[in-house]
Write a protein that binds this ligand. Structure first.
Ligand code: ATP
Ligand code: MG
Length: 404
């Protein structure tokens, strides 16, 4: 992409109404545009990041043999009445259709996926299976002041799994847990992300959250000094004792929840009569699990964890482009153009600053936008290309053929 043709432009001033640094950098870089409190449009660069995150998630969740679907965003009131959530989920956006029919905008999809599963689940032979989607969720959040970390409309990957017995649910839950680590590794946030015990609801003592350490987060986590297991402060009653290793030594950190996994048991299968015929011909309720990841929240978290005073430092796996090519001076323009065309024809993801700006302005924008590698073509580099990693200060000279 040529920056001279880019729809979005970088912004010099910090947006005054944004408190979190990730939102400030994403707005200044032209990744997202704020529509209203808690509502953002993804601009071309931001959408590329979101698509990269989504595709990493797809690869890892497909590896669990879960199948992707896309559920309706409108949820009929009756479905939510069945589970008693129409009046008890306080962040629901409710609306009326024609004929006074009432709906909610999807905030979570147990009420669609459970009756759906019922249509195709007859016997133990149909189990287990996993269904997931990547879809916009709507929540009328009371607090929406952390930029893209907490919004009123956001993409979520929500996976639901269906099982004949507890052992199978437990097995699957552990597999999802491992695939979440792979996702957070590939999206560049694993190092500061903790597995955290949280309250589990009716069917299990605990659920698990994946919490990334950042001051922009709203949660407080007790982290065990011995084994780094976390416990959400909301559920620590009395003195802390690590649920994994029983140590009593801890530190408290601020963190943001990027994902969670939950054993639902029969909470949703019972009200929808989602049953199956077991090997012994008995009718039994299906056991369910649900597993979420917030996509824009993950993007914002990646920025919170990978930035410096100059801008974003995208992890390789989710950077919108791998290279940021800069031409300096009139005499290098044509050569930079040829290099750009060559890289594009080789399928390499490169953003090209072909604008008539000063070196200082171009370098500042490259640092703000945060591609992992900066390429400079100038009279000084002669027939080579200078390459510098965004997170390093030592440039190197390479041949064009060495850039892959
Ligand atoms: P939180 O505790 O932060 O309110 P939650 O427990 O309600 O989130 P879920 O309903 O399980 O979260 O949603 C799954 C994932 O969706 C969360 O782990 C988070 O990454 C993301 N998410 C939830 N609410 C929001 C929001 N308002 N804005 C952006 N992402 C969100
Ligand atoms: Mg939560």
């Amino acid at each position: 992409m040529r920056l001279s043709k880019s729809f979005s432009k970088t912004i010099k001033d910090y947006p005054k109404d944004e408190q979190s640094l990730s939102a400030q950098l994403l707005i200044r870089g032209g990744y997202v545009d704020k529509v209203a409190a808690g509502i953002y449009t993804l601009l071309p660069l931001g959408l590329r990041v979101v698509n990269k995150i989504s595709n990493i998630i797809r690869e890892e969740i497909n590896a669990l043999e879960a199948q992707e679907i896309l559920m309706s965003g409108l949820i009929p009131k009756a479905n939510l009445v069945t589970t008693d959530r129409y009046d008890n989920f306080d962040a629901l956006f409710k609306l009326k259709g024609r004929d006074e029919k009432e709906y909610a905008l999807g905030a979570t999809h147990e009420e669609i996926v459970s009756p759906l599963a019922k249509k195709f689940t007859l016997s133990y032979k149909d189990l287990p299976f996993g269904l997931y989607q990547i879809q916009n969720k709507f929540r009328n959040e009371a607090r929406a002041k952390s930029g893209v970390l907490r919004t009123r409309e956001f993409l979520m990957k929500d996976l639901y799994s269906f099982h004949e017995n507890q052992e199978d649910l437990d097995r699957y839950y552990d597999e999802v847990l491992q695939s979440y680590w792979k996702i957070f590794e590939r999206t560049g946030i694993r190092q500061k992300t903790y597995l955290v015990y949280a309250s589990g609801g009716t069917f299990s003592k605990y659920s698990h959250e994946f919490q990334s350490e950042t001051d922009a987060g709203e949660d407080e986590i007790y982290v065990c000094n011995a084994c780094s297991t976390g416990v959400n402060k909301e559920i620590v009653e009395g003195d802390f004792e690590c649920p994994e290793c029983k140590s009593k030594e801890y530190q408290i950190i601020k963190a943001v929840e990027v994902g969670n996994i939950f054993k639902l048991g029969t909470k949703y299968s019972q009200p929808f009569e989602l049953n199956f015929v077991d090997k012994d011909s008995k009718i039994k309720p299906v056991l369910m699990g649900c597993y979420g990841i917030g996509i824009q929240r993950l993007m914002g978290t990646a920025v919170e964890l990978n930035k410096d005073e100059k801008g974003i430092i995208w992890p390789e796996g989710i950077a919108p482009y791998k290279y940021h090519l800069i031409s300096l001076g009139e005499n290098s323009k044509q050569r930079a153009d040829e290099i750009y065309n060559e890289l594009v024809s080789r399928g390499i993801e490169v953003i090209f600053d072909d604008r008539d700006l000063s070196a200082g302005e171009k370098f500042a924008d490259a640092d703000l936008l945060g591609m992992p590698n900066r390429l400079v073509v100038s009279e000084k580099t002669q027939d080579k290309i200078e390459i510098k990693k965004r997170n390093s200060d030592s440039p190197e000279l390479l041949e064009l053929s060495q850039i892959t």
